[in-house]
Ligand binder design. Sequence first.
Ligand SMILES: [Zn+2]
Length: 281
Amino acid sequence: MKVVNHVLHAEGSERIIHSESPNRSGPMSPDTIIIHYTSGRDAESSVESLSDPNVKASAHVVIARDGRIFQLIPFNIIAWHAGQSSYRFADGTMREGFNRFSIGIEIDNAGILTKSGNVYSAWFGRTYEEKDVLKAIHRNERTPRFWHRFTETQIAAVEELCRLLIKEYNIKHILGHEEISPGRKVDPGPAFPLDKLRDRILKQDRKTNEGNLIINFPSNGVVTTNKLNIRSDPNELGEKIARPLLQGTRVRVLSEANGWYRVAVEIEGWVAGKYVGVDQV
Ligand SMILES: [Zn+2]
């Protein structure tokens, strides 16, 4: 699976299905992924409703229970999945209106089920077997409810897609709809392993700031590795613009991008952030 021109492709497979939703706005540069469940009957019906101009909702992709991925909107175009939303990040910054900078992943799932005898029913009337049901307490609630389980294939597809998007875009955060619209939304809910997924795939990003989440730029830093390349851009492909910085070199850390710090010595350039100890607030 790869992204070409902001659209998914998988050679020689029918795993990616291209569809079109008119429910979109202008261009954006995503830095966040928002995870949802559809609360629907199946992926096809959710794709249909998320493409209905009267519904005024959409998402970039819908992931079916068998792992097929429907893409409705290119990743660099605003989709309408988050609605009224806000979140305070670990560094204290507050953001609102997540549609403007996030990719919305909808996962086909019936959502909250109600139990009657041995039967679990969704709001749209379909019933589910006990093996497909998880009884659990939602992170925003206090009493357990019944939740439709996701398939292993779906969870693997979400992880694969998130890893790909992190590589393609400057994705820094993965959040559940329930976290940016608490009280209003409960998706993806406790049946989705959101915290585990985040730990697994954002760990490397987090390592930079591990335990010390607040940096006020500019800040002072010191090189903590033998030799540290200083580059023209915040990635391994950036041109080396000077001799490597030596261990113990004091630097002025000006900003951060994707785990890289822009530092000033006699010259300015980008170094791998993990090799710079930065004064913390
Ligand atoms: Zn949602």
